[in-house]
Design a binder for this molecule. Structure first.
Ligand code: SF4
Ligand code: SF4
Length: 286
């Protein structure tokens, strides 16, 4: 790594299931060791300073690292937030002796950029589902309400594919997210979420001739079983999961649009058929 610069990273786990971290730990190439130890792009590596699941320290000793980090790396670190931010009351979701909302706000204030990893961090996701008693919000929404001005890049998915994290961070490290049109209207790096699953689906020919699966296990398009692929921008059909083995639709399960801001409430019931006849109409329907 001679000649490379290390980008300090603080990783905060807020209201979520830690599935986004687990997804990244399952990455195969680059794997988690490559991500932590090697250059991510030529000349630039990540330097993970705090991650409650991955770091060696625990308890008070771990919190001391988090407490000292903003001053130690002021204005130079990327803050990764996994999970939504609870805003109701004062006691929902504590990290040490501080509510998650306070932690996230103060860490974001001194960050160079924030990466909202997973649909909960990006848009509220599952923890923000109605009736949302904890007042959970997505990170960008929360920070805007607090008056914190920092660039936020969303990397949604439930969980996000490791490639989506790696590719989004690469765009961030290379300064490409500042180029016009590089971030889409829901805060994602546009080339990482480039188009509808429906346009590239291996079952698309079935859709076009009206051959629809009527129950799970049938061949044919999964539209009648509630597939939201006509609404979801993602590269699952290309990247696939578990080291490229399989993905939802190939395994016979409808896409539930896990990478869209409307996940989960507005795409539920998950097995309800979209009534729209085109991707454009389905966007209006959801
Ligand atoms: S509705 Fe779903 S299964 Fe059918 S072609 Fe579109 S993305 Fe594929
Ligand atoms: S196919 Fe749909 S539900 Fe499955 S991971 Fe991709 S975007 Fe999410």
């Amino acid at each position: 790594m001679s000649g490379s610069s290390a980008q300090p990273v603080l990783w905060l786990q807020a209201a979520g299931c830690t599935g986004c971290s687990i997804s990244l730990m399952n990455a195969e190439y680059p794997d988690i060791k490559n991500l932590i130890l090697d250059e991510l792009v030529p000349g630039k590596a990540l330097s993970l300073k705090f991650h409650a699941t991955l770091m060696g320290r625990t308890g008070r000793a771990a919190l001391e690292v988090l407490d000292a980090a903003p001053a130690e790396h002021e204005g130079r670190y990327v803050l990764v937030v996994e999970g939504a931010i609870p805003t109701a009351g004062k006691g929902y979701g504590m990290i040490g002796d501080q509510p998650m909302a306070e932690r996230a706000g103060s860490l974001a204030r001194n960050a160079t950029a924030v990466l909202a990893l997973g649909s909960c961090a990006a848009y509220g996701g599952v923890p923000a589902g109605a009736p949302n008693p904890t007042g959970c919000k997505g990170v960008a929404d929360f920070l805007a309400g607090e008056g914190v001005e920092v660039p936020v890049v969303n990397v949604p998915g439930c969980p996000p594919h490791p490639r989506w994290f790696v590719d989004s961070v690469a765009h961030l490290l290379l300064g490409k997210v500042n180029r016009p049109g590089m971030v889409d209207d829901v805060g994602r790096v546009a080339p990482v979420y480039p188009g509808l699953i429906h346009e590239n689906c291996p079952r698309r020919a079935d859709f076009d001739v009206g051959r629809f699966a009527q129950s799970f296990g049938d061949e044919g398009c999964l539209y009648e079983l509630g597939c939201k692929g006509p609404y979801a921008d993602a590269l699952c059909w290309d990247h696939r999961w578990n080291g490229g083995v399989n993905w939802c639709i190939q395994a016979g399960h409808p896409c539930v649009a896990c990478c869209e801001p409307e996940f989960l409430d507005q795409v539920s019931p998950l097995y309800r058929k979209l009534l729209a006849q085109s991707p454009e109409e389905s966007r209006r329907e959801i």
